[in-house]
Design a protein around this ligand. Structure first.
Ligand SMILES: *[C@@H]1O[C@H](CO)[C@@H](O)[C@H](O)[C@H]1NC(C)=O
Ligand SMILES: *[C@@H]1O[C@H](CO)[C@@H](O)[C@H](O)[C@H]1NC(C)=O
Ligand SMILES: *[C@@H]1O[C@H](CO)[C@@H](O)[C@H](O)[C@H]1NC(C)=O
Length: 242
């Protein structure tokens, strides 16, 4: 192909080869896409979670720079890889020691991020990004925590000849709602729900209800968080109220 005899012709020819190669590299760039789930990833507080993100068609990205960021934070970096090394100094302190990517998976173009010991503050929108290819994708992480409520007898209501029940449930995220139900599953009107947020960002909720003789003997406290689809219930029997 490359004739050395016609030296004066080989320059434009190798230039056109160069241009062709550049164009081809450029069009390859446009071909691979980063694929991330369109539905939010739901994780429980304290668990580990994978934020999926991979190249299609697959390209070995072991030697590529990679960035996982959260645009709403400062600094934005959650996980950064440069020159085959994970950079730790530039990332947000909240993520120190909790993020990793799998080297084996990078060979398959899979830049999914493993996030350990999930915290409520991890909830948000993440971006995976490959600077060299200038492509990125977004992954939404929803964080939830739930635990069963505890019902206790809080007092007697002499006027109404009823008893006051109290429901208490700790360790929720996001903030849940509390409902009281009678034995037939009908909603009871209760006092306002008290909500306290702990230092770990988790919510404790408590609620009181006065139950009267006309009600059945069985009562349920239901704590419910709709956005993470979590429901916990505890039932109590209040005997001997004749
Ligand atoms: C990408 O790697 C993660 C582990 O880091 C794995 O759970 C996931 O299944 C992989 N995804 C694909 C498409 O191979
Ligand atoms: C609710 O339960 C938690 C843990 O069992 C306890 O620390 C807290 O004092 C209780 N709160 C109320 C209002 O009863
Ligand atoms: C959550 O769902 C229940 C029905 O299961 C509904 O009564 C309640 O209003 C919902 N709460 C919110 C905040 O949307």
């Amino acid at each position: 192909m490359f004739s050395r005899r016609n030296g004066h012709q080989s320059l434009p020819r190798s230039l056109s080869v160069l241009v062709y190669l550049l164009l081809q590299t450029h069009s390859c760039k446009g071909q691979s896409q980063l694929i991330a789930p369109s539905q939010p990833i739901v994780a429980k507080v304290g668990n580990d979670v994978i934020l999926p993100c991979h190249l299609e068609p697959a390209v070995d990205v072991v030697s590529f720079s990679l960035e996982w960021t959260r645009p709403d934070m400062n600094p934005v970096f959650v996980h950064m890889r440069r020159a085959r090394q994970d950079l730790i100094d530039t990332k947000h302190p909240s993520y120190k020691g909790r993020t990793s990517v799998s080297i084996d998976e990078l060979k398959n173009g899979n830049i999914s991020l493993k996030l350990s010991k999930v915290k409520p503050s991890d909830a948000g929108r993440y971006q995976c990004y490959i600077p060299k290819l200038d492509i990125g994708a977004f992954v939404e992480l929803v964080v939830g925590a739930a635990s069963s409520p505890v019902i206790s007898l809080s007092g007697l209501d002499r006027n109404k000849a009823g008893v006051i029940l109290k429901c208490n449930s700790t360790g929720w995220y996001p903030e849940p709602e509390v409902f009281w139900l009678d034995g037939e599953g009908n909603l009871l009107s209760a006092g306002p729900t008290e909500t306290v947020r702990g230092p770990d960002d988790l919510y404790t909720v408590s609620s009181r209800v006065t139950v009267e003789k006309r009600h059945s003997n069985s009562f349920t406290c239901r704590v419910q968080q709709n956005s993470t689809n979590q429901i916990r219930e505890t039932r109590i029997h209040v005997p001997g109220r004749e």
